[in-house]
Design a protein around this ligand. Structure first.
Ligand code: NDP
Ligand code: MG
Length: 386
């Protein structure tokens, strides 16, 4: 029998992480769960460790180390804490693929360390490519590392490209559900409550990405993610709203032919494909039925009302640290919205002001990204307090 594939899941306590554990548990002859990590949720990490018996667990919140260590003292499981441990565990010889399912900028450093260690990356943490796509993809090329997308739209594009990697892409269309406020006016959006924004029509996800979906920032981040994953120019990427979330994205080739990938919205499929590529494993996931969806519809995104999408296109065109600045501002503004410190429309306003307020570095090194992230966070935070 061939060797099992050693997997590290960074962010196993999140929405993607918990679904990834289900995928891995379904194929015990194929996967070997090596590492799981949590930010703060020690209870769930302990529960997962007892159930799935990984080799190693990491809790980033060092204050909770003793709790996790004590709970797992009878198990044959290594326990570590802190951000440096998170980076070190991905370098283990027993890890083949690192699934990056952390949320936000925090994913960048461990992903870079995994690339230096020549691990295959299954990338859910889109912010990594938004912040430092040039650096990440260059290092991946230099180290012979493949980055397989987990984000459903990018997985769709990737699945359409299988067998077509030598053919030039003319354009890609990323589909967007439009979120809970599709069709709403600016006036209506002024009074939106957090609870409304947290109700996504088709997907159940972590809080940050759910708010990003409601503001269309998620699609903006995905546009930038696609640029780096598929080496595209800004004019080769378009966004189309498709409220049913059945067509997960499309590729248009030079001869005008278009390919789409379809299926019911279920993140387990793209997670699994990223871990089993180039193979497809049999699943019992519910199948699509045409009669349940007699109409699949498409419409233009409202870029005047949902300004974040335009900001992302602008940041992509600017290059350098522009997207890093936008991402940092957005992490701060979304968190402030979730804490009821600002209104829904303030999110895009803070993002725009931060982009305008900071100088960007055209040809950044890693340290420039770190510095820009810090500056943009401080700037955005000062706007929250006003
Ligand atoms: P969640 O908020 O549900 O989970 C995030 C995970 O990261 C948790 O395990 C959390 O730990 C951990 N974490 C958060 N901050 C830190 C930190 N500073 N240091 C270490 N660990 C941290 O997010 P999702 O699973 O929804 O999303 C994860 C990523 O995948 C995001 O980048 C998102 O954009 C992307 N994605 C998600 C999709 C989805 O369906 N959810 C779809 C497509 C992409 P803890 O909870 O223990 O604190
Ligand atoms: Mg997506």
């Amino acid at each position: 029998m061939t060797q099992k594939k050693g997997i590290a899941i960074l962010g196993s306590t999140g929405s993607i992480g918990t679904q990834a554990l289900e995928v891995i548990a379904a194929y015990p002859d194929f996967f070997d769960l090596q590492v799981i990590t949590a930010g703060k949720n020690a209870d769930l990490l302990i529960e997962q460790a007892l159930k799935f018996q990984p080799n190693t667990v990491v809790i980033s919140d060092e204050a909770q180390y003793q709790k996790v260590k004590t709970a797992l003292s009878k198990e044959d499981i290594h326990v570590y804490a802190g951000d440096e441990a998170l980076c070190q565990v991905v370098e283990s010889n027993d890890v083949h693929t690192v699934l990056t399912a952390l949320v936000g900028y925090a994913g960048l450093k461990p992903t870079l360390r995994a690339i230096y260690a020549k691990k295959t990356i299954a990338l859910a943490n889109k912010e990594t490519l938004v912040v430092a796509g040039e650096l990440v993809t260059r290092l991946a090329r230099e180290n012979g590392v493949n980055i397989y997308p987990v984000d459903s739209e990018h997985s769709a594009i990737f699945q359409c490209l299988v067998g077509e990697f030598h053919n030039k892409i003319e354009k890609i269309y990323l589909t967007a559900s439009g979120g809970p406020f599709r069709g709403w006016t600016e006036e209506q959006l002024k009074t939106v409550k957090k609870e409304q924004a947290l109700k996504h029509p088709n997907w159940s996800m972590g809080a940050k990405i759910t708010i990003d979906s409601a503001t269309l920032m998620n699609k903006g981040l995905e546009v930038i993610e696609a640029k780096w994953l598929f080496n595209l120019k800004p004019e080769e990427i378009d966004v189309i709203v498709h409220p049913q979330s059945i067509v997960h994205s499309l590729v248009q080739f030079q001869d005008g032919s278009m390919k789409a990938q379809m299926g019911l919205p279920d993140m387990k499929l793209p997670i699994q494909f990223a871990l089993t590529f180039p193979d497809r494993f049999q699943t019992d996931f519910p199948r699509f039925n045409f009669m349940d969806y007699p109409q699949l519809t498409f419409e233009k995104p409202d870029r005047a009302v949902f300004k974040n999408l335009d900001l992302a296109f602008k940041a992509m065109e600017m290059g350098g640290t522009a997207a890093c600045i936008l991402n940092a501002a957005n992490e701060v503004s979304v968190e402030a919205f979730l804490k009821d410190q600002i209104q829904f429309l303030d999110i895009a306003e803070i993002n725009e002001k931060t982009m305008l307020g900071l100088n960007f570095v055209p040809n950044p090194a890693y340290e420039d990204y770190v510095e820009s992230d810090l500056q943009a966070r401080a700037f955005a935070q000062s706007l929250v307090k006003k």
